[in-house]
Design a protein around this ligand. Structure first.
Ligand SMILES: Cc1ncc(COP(=O)(O)O)c(C=O)c1O
Ligand SMILES: N[C@@H](CCCC[NH3+])C(=O)O
Length: 417
């Protein structure tokens, strides 16, 4: 079911008119649907009821506090990669005991804060990080719960920039080295070896690579058991893809059925870190056409949303669906347009060669923008970052005001005279 639907030729999110949202809050604006976030989270939670499983939403996909709060109220855990993300989770009412701390460059102060609030587990990616974590935990008189993120060397068959589980990628510990490094972790006095973790990439549209990675982790777990190391949880990371155009990604239930088949008789619990599959299709970005510029070679629609607001098309050549908010445009009929922003870069486009009937002032919705949209936004060209709105049934709530120049200038100073 899609919560962004047309009613009488006008696009709505749940029962709220997006034209009204744009009139109230301006553009560009991200709009999320609470019901969709809940439905996507439940698709995971309900799929794994037969085995102890922790769903840790990957905060990097969309880190708005209201968005996180919707998930926290449902009992979700969280996968974080920085102290900033941890503070957001705490502010949103998330339970620190359900937080996984991923990322390959954790700083000592970040480890300290995470230990103080009592997170579930650190996913450690190198020997050097093990030593640092052991030192920080020791200085606090605590034991740090750890998993090693192993790199299982499987091809996720996704875009090279978002594939993370191959041996040439910077992530994780080579699975061939893993037993030795687990023994090292086990010997350090302030580390408590809990689990094994992997994350092989993002926007995967096939289950085979996940299953191959899982099989490799099972072999590792058996090897660890032979040397007396018992694994309590297996974290398979995130990565399940979504439909942007014509992809047919597997549902969490299909993924769960195959994994649950493999865990039968095993004692460890499971964890997952889905980001995109919860957030992407729970959000759209609204943008307005500023000008049309038609030349002999090309037609451009210059819109007020740009690469600083939504970088995925520029960074990965990602195709995002762009649809009119009001189907009755005053434009003179369909033409093929490149939809470009005002930023001074040729790569500043949100869509190319789209057939649309457009007039200046028309509103457009960029679909599937809930994940890696606002969180990757910047102030490039000193543009203010967009507003964020959450639709909940009949109501729309402003959950982050549009940035202002004053926000941007705060903290900057001139040199003394
Ligand atoms: C360690 C880790 N976990 C979870 C995720 C979330 O991935 P996705 O948004 O593809 O579900 C990522 C991002 O790819 C990641 O790097
Ligand atoms: N940001 C990326 C995915 C990277 C996932 C984070 N490890 C995207 O928009 O597709």
């Amino acid at each position: 079911m899609d919560f962004f639907n047309y009613s009488a030729g006008k696009l709505q999110a749940e029962n709220v008119s997006l034209e009204q949202v744009a009139a109230t809050y301006g553009t560009p604006t991200y709009v999320y649907s609470r019901a969709t976030i809940e439905r996507h989270y439940n698709a995971y939670a309900n799929a794994f009821t037969s085995h102890p499983t922790l769903i840790c939403y990957a905060v990097k996909a969309c880190s708005n506090i209201a968005f996180l709060n919707v998930l926290a109220r449902m009992g979700s855990g969280f996968d974080i990669v920085s102290i900033g993300e941890l503070e957001r989770v705490l502010r949103a009412g998330g339970d620190p005991a359900k937080v996984m701390f991923s990322g390959l460059g954790k700083q000592a102060h970040e480890m300290q804060r995470a230990l103080e609030v009592g997170i579930h587990c650190f996913n450690v990616e190198s020997e050097a990080e093990l030593f640092r974590l052991n030192g920080v935990a020791g200085s606090l008189g605590k034991m740090a719960p750890v998993s090693l993120r192993v790199n299982p060397d499987v091809d996720a068959k996704t875009h090279p920039y978002i594939s993370t589980g191959l041996k040439e990628n910077k992530f994780g510990i080579d699975i061939k080295e893993a037993v030795r490094i687990y023994q090292l972790a086990d010997s350090l006095p302030h580390l408590d070896v809990m689990g094994v973790d992997c994350h092989i990439g993002s926007q995967l549209t096939e289950l085979r690579p996940f299953l191959d990675a899982f099989d490799r982790l099972m072999t590792l777990i058996d090897e660890l058991s032979e040397v007396g190391i018992r694994i309590k949880h297996v974290d398979l990371g995130g990565g399940l893809g979504v439909k942007y155009r014509d992809e047919v990604p597997p549902e969490p239930a299909e993924y769960a059925a195959l994994i649950l088949e493999k865990v039968r008789g095993r004692e460890f619990s499971l964890a997952f870190e889905p980001g995109r599959s919860i957030a992407a299709n729970a959000g759209v970005m609204l943008t307005q056409v500023e000008f049309l510029k038609c030349t002999d070679h090309k037609n451009f629609a210059i819109i007020d949303g740009a690469m600083n607001d939504l970088i995925r098309p520029a960074l990965y050549s990602a195709w995002m669906d762009i649809i009119p908010v009001n189907l009755s445009s005053k434009g003179g009929g369909e033409k093929v347009y490149d939809l470009v922003g005002p930023v001074c870069e040729t790569g500043d486009f949100l869509g190319k060669e789209r057939s649309l009937n457009l007039a200046a002032g028309d509103l457009l919705a960029v679909r599937s923008a809930g994940a890696y949209g606002f969180t990757m936004a910047s102030n490039y060209n000193s543009r203010n970052r967009a507003a964020e709105v959450m639709v909940d049934g009949d109501n729309a709530y402003l959950i982050r005001a549009r940035e202002t120049i004053e926000h941007q200038l705060a903290g900057e100073q001139l040199l003394p005279e």
